[in-house]
Design a protein around this ligand. Structure first.
Ligand code: SF4
Ligand code: SF4
Length: 109
C-alpha cells in the first residue's frame, strides 16, 4: 500500500509588522505550474511563508506578502518560477509574464 505524503505549512501567509510586503518589492515570482514536479523546495525555503498548496498539490504564491527576494526561483530545480519586474509600488507587473514563460518540459512516462 502506497503512502501519500503532504507538507503543511507551520504558519499561513499573513500580514506582518511590515504590512503588505508586496508594496516595497521591485520584482515578484510567477510560478508556471505546468513544469512543477511538486518537490516543495520553494515552499520550504520561502522566508515569509508565502505559499499554500492547491488541491492538485502545486504550490501557490500569496503575492500580497511576498517581498520579492526570489529565493524560491533560485531553489526551483526545474526553473519554473520566473522573476517578473514590478513597477514602483511593487504590485503591478512591468512586463507581461507570458512573454517570459518557460518552455513546457516533457514529462517522464
Ligand atoms: S520571492 Fe521570496 S518572499 Fe516571495 S514567494 Fe519567493 S521566496 Fe517567498
Ligand atoms: S521548487 Fe519548483 S518544482 Fe519544486 S514545488 Fe516549487 S515550483 Fe514546483
Amino acid at each position: 500500500m502506497s503512502e501519500e505524503r503532504h507538507i503543511h505549512p507551520i504558519v499561513r501567509p499573513m500580514e506582518g509588522v511590515a504590512g503588505r510586503t508586496s508594496e516595497w518589492r521591485t520584482a515578484r515570482p510567477e510560478l508556471f505550474d505546468y513544469n512543477c514536479i511538486k518537490c516543495m523546495q520553494c515552499v520550504l525555503h520561502c522566508p515569509d511563508d508565502c505559499f499554500t498548496i492547491n488541491e492538485d498539490g502545486i504550490p501557490v504564491i500569496e503575492q500580497t506578502y511576498c517581498k520579492g527576494c526570489m529565493i524560491c526561483a533560485s531553489v526551483c530545480p526545474v526553473d519554473t518560477i520566473i522573476e517578473i519586474p514590478t513597477l514602483p509600488g511593487g504590485e503591478i507587473d512591468a512586463i507581461d509574464p507570458k512573454s517570459v514563460a518557460p518552455e513546457p518540459k516533457k514529462k517522464r512516462k
